[in-house]
Design a binder for this molecule. Structure first.
Ligand SMILES: O=C(O)C1=C[C@@H](OP(=O)(O)O)[C@@H](O)[C@H](O)C1
Ligand SMILES: C=C(OP(=O)(O)O)C(=O)O
Length: 407
């Protein structure tokens, strides 16, 4: 399937109820299980990545396919390793290429019994669950913060607790802080000093939990505001004091002519004429925003130098290659270097007449490119339903804002 996207000619004045954060939803489900909480999680995401978590928690079998959900794969591997029984966990073809050895080795050192069923270092996994000893563990902080979050959440249940020594540069730090912040809400406080995080054995406290809207999803609406001639967009369920690192999007878009007004129950985006001549940013803490900024900067004619992109190669697709290939279809030559830098110095090439943007089973490719319709007469997105990984109603919301979304 393909969607042809046509932007409205009139100004974009709309109010959008964003989806709930999948990062928060998936942590909340693990913490609810670990605290044996009878309380509800309000505003739980209904995206694919959260649905698969619910399926596992409600399942009567011992074999789980978590599809393309990175957080679910990593959080559940840790969680199941301490639940008595034998568990098999697998995922999509891409998930079977996303590394998990750092987490598996750490868990096995802490007393777990996890084996690889196909390729060493990758899902599928066979997990024989049992109580974990815990203790000291040394772990690279540079591959995925999800390994660290996964270990942290189960740490209070380990006999000796956990002392996590993070080695090398630590990536995606806001996601680790989000985990610690949510654990604290559920009654477990941790110390993080220099590169050591220490968690004592403890019991989680059951609490009701309200999930915030998703700041990563908000980024596509910031793009729409930036690329439109005139816009006033209300995004509901976002808070200034968010645990989500991607709330940084509000500050970053100030340089692309979008101002954010924080209200009690959300934000209002309006346009300014303050647009940077070139954008520089290190995305090490906000990797999920990179695609949004590559597309919006090119479409606004703002050259950029983006660093800290080393984790993009092991996400839903190799996002560095995907961005270069699809921007080229639109006539923009982007260069990469050191597996971690993307740069656009303004160089153009002949665009395709009727570009079809491939999405590579990556929700963020579809959502980052859709706003480009505001600058192009012809934009088609292939396999548009990939958005359900994090934002099931993205296309409905786009229609609500006045875009035509045609099969
Ligand atoms: O913990 C989380 O909820 C996430 C952490 C990040 O992954 P990495 O830590 O692998 O960069 C991010 O890209 C992902 O979408 C969600
Ligand atoms: C990288 C992402 O997700 P995950 O790693 O959880 O699959 C994402 O949503 O951009």
């Amino acid at each position: 399937m393909k969607y042809k996207i046509t932007a409205p000619k009139s100004p974009i004045y709309t109010s959008i109820k964003l989806p709930a954060s999948k990062s928060i939803s998936n942590r909340a489900l693990i913490l609810k299980a670990l605290s044996n909480s009878p309380f509800p999680i309000e505003n739980l995401s209904d995206c694919d990545d959260t649905k698969v978590m619910l399926e596992v928690f409600n399942s009567k079998t011992n074999t789980f396919d978590i599809g393309a959900a990175g957080t679910s794969m990593r959080f559940l591997t840790a969680y199941l390793s301490k639940i008595p029984g034998e568990w098999i966990i697998t995922g999509s073809e891409r998930m079977q290429q996303r590394p998990i050895n750092t987490l598996v080795e750490a868990l096995n050192t802490l007393g777990a019994h996890i084996e690889y069923l196909k390729n060493q270092g990758f899902p599928p996994l066979k997990i024989r669950g049992s109580a974990l000893d815990g203790g000291d563990i040394f772990l690279s902080g540079g591959i995925s913060s999800q390994f660290i979050s996964a270990l942290l959440m189960i740490a209070p249940t380990m006999e000796k607790g956990l002392t996590l020594h993070l080695e090398g540069d630590v990536i995606s730090i806001p996601y680790i802080k989000l985990t610690l912040r949510m654990m604290e809400k559920f009654g477990v406080k941790c110390d993080w000093v220099d590169n050591v995080i220490k968690i004592f054995p403890n019991e989680y406290k059951p609490i009701p939990y309200l999930v915030e809207s998703d700041w990563s999803a908000a980024s596509y609406w910031y793009s729409i505001a930036a690329l439109s001639n005139d816009a006033k967009i209300e995004l509901k369920g976002l808070f200034q004091e968010s645990g989500q690192g991607d709330s940084k999007v509000a500050e970053l878009f100030q340089d692309l002519g979008v101002e954010t007004e924080f209200k009690e129950d959300g934000v209002i985006l309006t346009k300014t004429d303050r647009i940077a001549k070139k954008l520089f940013h290190n995305f090490i803490n906000e990797p999920d925003l990179a695609q949004t900024f590559v597309v919006v900067c090119c479409m606004m004619g703002v050259p950029f130098l983006f660093t800290g992109l080393q984790t993009l190669k092991i996400k839903e697709t190799d996002r560095i290659e995907a961005l270069k290939a699809e921007m080229k279809k639109l006539g923009y030559v982007i260069t990469d270097s050191h597996n971690s830098i993307l740069e656009w110095d303004g160089e153009r090439c002949e665009p395709e007449q009727t570009p079809v943007i491939a999405t590579y089973e990556d929700h963020r490719m579809a959502m980052a490119f859709a706003p480009a319709a505001l600058k192009l007469d012809n934009l088609t997105i292939a396999e548009p339903m990939v958005v359900t990984k994090s934002y099931p109603y993205f296309w409905e919301d786009l229609s609500k804002a006045g875009f035509s979304v045609d099969k």
